[in-house]
Design a protein around this ligand. Structure first.
Ligand code: AMP
Length: 287
């Protein structure tokens, strides 16, 4: 069965109200569509942990800055629905895919601004990004009245930002994070991978290769010098057609480097690299 598709907030509201009246547990998987196995792993988690799953598909304009890829971002609703149909055995998936006007009507003036974990890394390179993400995610939490929401570690900083505002604003929802789904050769799955030429896709393996090498240095060779591991990562990422926004080893809670050069576990290694014109991110957490 194709999942039920809802486009309007009012219709979603009455559906959710009736599910709540029946005491059913709602899971939410927020996405921008162009679904792949990474997204589907979140849907599977939600199906396991809730009675009903709402998958939102919305390319959120407020999280893109001018000059980013909002216009060219892939919109593939028909194939997204076909992928979700395969998961909809129990007919308990709802797809919420509103228009931009439905989400941001005229005279929309309120935004969620997170400081702290939202400031470094993505926050430094995309200064308006997390404001857009936090705003749309809080709107989706409120509209779906979900009990639990599922996010991927692929966007590790995003999960930390969401956890922060959920705590700060007492949002009554549980946040779960699922591991990164990778292609067989290690490339982290992403809707943006389709922008890569086959030659660039091959070069893009340097992201996962550098993370694996860093893990090997830290765990097998017991190298505890942050500057030495970061230098090795950069060496693997470097190429005339690559530009590194960041490649850092940080405290997974604060997303800042710990004082001094010594690596003290746990750490998160976070990368953002432009491969040709495509900006890719990847990460690894070592406990
Ligand atoms: P997006 O559609 O890119 O906004 O992603 C929607 C959700 O899917 C986010 O929580 C992402 O972290 C998650 N996601 C994207 N790629 C992957 C992946 N390769 N593995 C696991 N989760 C992912």
């Amino acid at each position: 069965m194709k999942p039920k598709v809802v486009r309007e907030c009012a219709e979603l509201h009455s559906l959710v109200k009736s599910l709540h009246r029946q005491g059913l547990r709602i899971g939410l998987v927020p996405t921008m569509g162009a679904l792949h196995a990474g997204h589907i792993s979140l849907v599977k988690e939600s199906l396991k942990n809730s009675d009903w799953t709402i998958v939102s598909i919305f390319v959120n304009p407020t999280q893109f800055a001018p000059g980013e890829d909002f216009e060219k971002y892939p919109r593939t609703l028909e194939s997204d629905l076909a992928l979700l149909e395969a998961e909809n055995e129990k007919e308990n998936i709802i797809v919420f895919t509103p228009s931009a006007d439905e989400m941001y009507p005229k005279n929309f003036y309120s935004y969620v601004d997170v400081a702290g974990v939202a400031q470094p890394l993505e926050g430094a390179f995309r200064p308006t990004h997390f404001r857009g993400v936090a705003t749309v995610v809080l709107k989706l939490f409120n509209m779906t009245r979900a009990d639990v929401a599922f996010f991927g570690q692929k966007d590790f900083q995003q999960v930390q930002v969401i956890r922060q505002f959920v705590r700060d604003l007492n949002v009554p929802i549980e946040i779960r994070m699922s591991p990164i789904k990778r292609e067989e050769d290690g490339l982290a799955m992403s809707s943006r991978n389709r922008y890569l030429s086959s030659e660039a896709r091959q070069r893009a393996l340097c992201l996962s290769d550098s993370l694996n090498r860093a893990k090997e240095m830290i765990l097998s060779q017991n190298c505890r010098s942050r500057s030495a591991v970061e230098a090795e990562i950069r060496k693997i990422l470097e190429h005339p057609k690559h530009s590194i926004d960041y490649a850092v080893i940080v405290d997974p809670e604060t997303l800042l480097p710990r004082p001094g050069d010594e690596i003290v576990l746990p750490v998160a290694i976070l990368l953002a690299v432009r491969v040709d014109d495509t900006r890719l991110i990847d990460n690894l957490v070592i406990d």
